[in-house]
Design a protein around this ligand. Structure first.
Ligand code: KG4
Ligand code: ZN
Length: 389
């Protein structure tokens, strides 16, 4: 079954063709980073306009890459939330119109469900390629950690009674961020330190030159649900470490130096960072990663599962990946990550998630619409501000 996936929830216009939820025939991601970089974050109006410009060429490129005509696909899967409504609508309306015109079935996919399916897709591809990786096991605790989301879910397989061959998935949210997402904290700290946008990749690289033990940020304490996250305090702690110190002046000098330049190589940026700045960066990253890992392991213990999935843009982080591998070896748990290209926003994960829905007949109709907040694994009456996180 060939599924066309379309993703436009934030600042990436993406389309992909995936066969049987297991083989990526093409995956095209048009990034808007150059548009938003000068603002240090995504500007919603600019994002919608860029999506409008790019959606058609991106879908065409995905079809060409897979060497199929759009009429050859067996179904269309579109992200219907959570995300920026103006951005979501572009991909959603395009996908809906395409499905209607071609008389193909349409499914809506929650963006977070897409990130979870990136893990399963990677696992299937690796196994099909003959790599020695264990098959994904359920139930699993999943950490979805990106620029917009930081949530823990318990994921279980479910079998709809009508079709014994179809597999669906149940999601139960175990925790979520109460303020900033982890990726947002990376981006905001990078902005404070004038390191560029997006902040995660650059902090990841610069942190290698810093001492992660130099600044003790302490543990992040949570009242109530211990599986919830909070990263805004950490960002504020970095701000206080800077304020009135030579590091703040250094950051302003770096900002002025960076302004005239685009795509600064990390080595050049490193040359413009003092050792105390590099230590602050490494310590901040260490605090985020430690918190993510500890709560994910606590969730697995509470749910009594030994299978963990990690996905979303921050799952590219090299320290997080290393720490997860160490923890998995030490504690005998299985941790699965997608490749970096499948961690960040893409449409292959949407097509892969959509495949199961198409097979189970969970089809959308013309009323399918976009939701800014769209909780996964909860009752709809719990929807509210920030419920997507
Ligand atoms: O999944 P994604 O592409 O978009 C959202 O759904 O938000 O994630 C983007 C986020 C950004 O905040 C970016 O700074 C972060 O992922 N990120 C990283 C790394 N690569 C991307 N954070 C930490 N380390 C990285 N290597
Ligand atoms: Zn995402």
């Amino acid at each position: 079954m060939l599924v066309l996936g379309i993703e436009s929830s934030c600042d990436e216009t993406a389309a992909a063709i995936v066969a049987d939820g297991a083989e990526i025939l093409s995956s095209v991601v048009a990034s808007q980073i150059p548009t938003h970089a000068k603002y240090g974050g995504v500007v919603p109006e600019l994002a919608s306009r860029e999506h409008l410009r790019k959606i058609e060429p991106v879908v065409n490129k995905a079809c060409q890459g897979a060497q199929v005509r759009v009429g050859d696909v067996d179904g269309v899967a579109v992200t219907d939330g959570p995300g920026l409504v103006g951005s979501l609508l572009v991909g959603l309306v395009y996908g809906k119109a395409l499905a209607l015109a071609l008389a193909k079935p349409l499914v809506g996919v929650n963006h977070l469900e897409g990130h979870i399916h990136a893990v399963l897709l990677q696992n299937k591809m690796d196994r099909l390629a003959g790599k020695r990786v264990e098959e994904a096991q359920f139930p699993a605790v999943t950490l979805v950690v990106s620029g917009g989301h930081t949530s823990l879910f318990l994921v279980e397989e479910a079998y709809p009674p009508a079709d014994s061959h179809a597999v669906l998935f149940n999601y139960k949210r175990l925790g979520r961020t109460r303020d900033d997402a982890a990726g947002e904290a990376f981006d905001k700290v990078a902005k404070l330190l004038a390191l560029g946008y997006p902040g995660g990749p650059v902090i990841d690289q610069l942190a290698r030159w810093g001492d992660a033990q130099a600044v003790d940020f302490g543990r992040i304490k949570m009242k109530g649900n211990p599986l919830d996250f909070s990263f805004s305090g950490l960002k504020t702690a970095v701000l206080y470490r800077l304020r009135g110190t030579p590091l703040a002046l250094e950051a302003e000098q770096r900002r002025a130096w960076r302004q005239a330049r685009e795509n600064v190589p990390v080595e050049e940026l490193w040359a413009h960072c003092s050792q105390p700045t590099l230590d602050l960066i490494a310590s901040f990253q260490n605090a985020v990663v430690r918190d993510l890992l500890e709560r994910t392991l606590a969730a697995a213990e509470a749910a009594r599962v030994d299978s963990i999935f990690v996905s979303g843009g921050v799952a590219c982080n090299s320290l997080l990946r290393t720490r997860c591998v160490e923890a998995s070896r030490a504690q005998g748990i299985r941790v699965l990550f997608p490749s970096p290209a499948l961690c960040t926003d893409n449409a292959a994960m949407i097509a892969a998630a959509g495949y199961y829905k198409l097979r189970a007949g969970q089809l959308a109709d013309v009323n399918l619409t976009a939701h800014a907040s769209f909780p996964l694994g909860e009752k709809s009456e719990e929807q509210g501000p920030g419920a997507g996180g």
